[in-house]
Write a protein that binds this ligand. Structure first.
Ligand SMILES: NC(=O)c1ccc[n+]([C@@H]2O[C@H](COP(=O)([O-])OP(=O)(O)OC[C@H]3O[C@@H](n4cnc5c(N)ncnc54)[C@H](O)[C@@H]3O)[C@@H](O)[C@H]2O)c1
Ligand SMILES: [Zn+2]
Length: 394
């Protein structure tokens, strides 16, 4: 039986971390004191890790939770690897899509976890994109007041962003991610082979979050992405692993400094104040806009807004949107298919975002590429004028 105490998340150390034979995997630690854990990145790391968990496995229960798109590709191999390592495994499959980040699905998952007799020392395994990761993380934090969970992200977005850092939750009719908790995983396994089945549009959307790390504080990484994005997309050579590892290191560093978003963690919201408003405006309709696409438009807008306010030069704003455009990501409101929104509706959607404090808007703006900062108290009249211009763009 694995010892488990109430206040510790019990990191799971993999036996192969220091072995030469597995040096093809990249290891990124997330330093959070008693809640520290490891991210392992590489092609084939998921099954390899499951098989190496034999020491942990004998008799321990695992509930693998995934969605209807991911299950046909990967559920069987993950379940078999876990069984092979001595775990007692159950599989829970929920409907794919943002729609599942709701109370009903959370209740169903919690119920099935309890039916599977998962105890506090057992494990939940989130096999899927950000939706599954957020849902399972939240379930892990409330079932029996906290059970351990492993993130096995299968989208690029989840591999570089949502699986790391411990933000979990579901959506409310009042907005996205408004119900949730901070709850860190015990292990994150980023297997890049999962990306081979990811639809191209989802890959691009995840790439927007990769670029975000360059724009926040790492111009060298942005430069590198401009040169190597084709290899990242094709998966040739080691570019994809490098991009993911650099992103995970960046996220881990921010989270280690500010786990509960009291300060600098907000930098990770670059492009998200605009982006979330756009998602809301389009009714979270994936046919029109997925999260990463909203973030792409949002980042391009944040740089144009910064240039407008003479915080950065226009050349930087143009360079950012040129690169996003080049990979096929949207950068303007006009790029969203369907009916255009009004300034009032957009502003209203922004004011309902949870990052609004007493009616004033907090933005992440930039003095240049790699020089983002938190700008508080931006007058709403300035935002309105900027949105009017954005809607005029042809
Ligand atoms: N917790 C955080 O810090 C954080 C950060 C960013 C985003 N998020 C959340 O993440 C969610 C978005 O995540 P996402 O973009 O991964 O969406 P998602 O989980 O809905 O996945 C996108 C689509 O790809 C499918 N899919 C996933 N992996 C696949 C694979 N390997 N092959 C084929 N299809 C696959 C899914 O079934 C889904 O249809 C949002 O709810 C957002 O709020 C959370
Ligand atoms: Zn995001």
């Amino acid at each position: 039986v694995v010892p488990f105490s109430e206040n510790e998340r019990m990191p799971i150390s993999l036996p192969f971390t220091s072995q030469r034979t597995d040096s093809s995997f990249t290891h990124v630690p997330v330093a959070l004191g008693p809640r520290s854990y490891d991210i392992h990145i590489g092609a084939g790391v998921a099954i390899h890790a499951m098989e190496s968990l034999t020491a942990l496995g004998q008799g321990l229960r695992v509930a693998v939770i995934t969605d209807t798109h991911v299950a046909p590709f990967y559920a069987e191999s993950v379940v078999q690897a876990l069984k092979g390592a001595g775990f007692v495994v159950s599989l829970i499959v929920v409907e794919a899509g943002e729609i599942s980040k709701d109370w009903a699905t959370l209740a169903k998952i919690c119920d099935e976890i309890l039916s599977a007799k998962i105890e506090r020392g057992d494990l939940l395994l989130a096999l899927g994109g950000g939706v599954i990761g957020d849902l399972v993380g939240f379930a892990a934090s409330i079932v029996r007041r906290g059970v351990r969970f492993v993130q096995m992200p299968t989208t690029l977005l989840a591999q570089v962003d949502s699986s790391v850092g411990g933000k979990t939750g579901i959506n409310s009719s009042h907005g996205k991610n408004l119900i949730g908790s901070f709850y860190q995983p015990s292990l994150v396994l980023v297997d890049t082979t999962f990306l081979n089945t990811l639809p191209e549009r989802e890959f691009k959307a995840g790439y927007a979050e990769v670029i975000k790390y360059g724009l926040i504080n790492n111009i060298d990484f942005f430069d590198w992405c401009e040169t190597h994005w084709r290899e990242i997309f094709s998966g040739e050579g080691g570019a994809r692993e490098h991009a993911i590892a650099t992103s995970c290191r960046a996220k881990a560093a921010v989270v280690a400094k500010d786990e509960h978003e009291k300060g600098d963690r907000a930098l990770l919201n670059l492009g998200h104040t605009f982006g979330h408003a756009l998602e809301r405006m389009t009714g979270y309709d994936a046919a029109r806009l997925v999260h990463g696409e909203g973030v792409s438009i949002g980042m391009a807008m944040a740089f144009r807004f910064s240039a407008e306010r003479e915080l950065c030069v226009w050349d930087d704003a143009i360079r950012v949107s040129d690169h996003l455009c080049q990979v096929g990501l949207p950068t303007t409101l006009q790029d969203i298919p369907g009916e255009h929104c009004s300034v009032d509706a957009l502003l209203d959607a922004m004011l309902q975002d949870k990052k609004v404090v007493r009616g004033e808007l907090t933005f992440i703006l930039a003095n240049g590429i790699g020089q983002s900062f938190i700008a508080k108290d931006i007058p709403i009249s300035d935002v309105r004028a900027f949105l009017e211009e954005e809607l005029q763009r042809g």
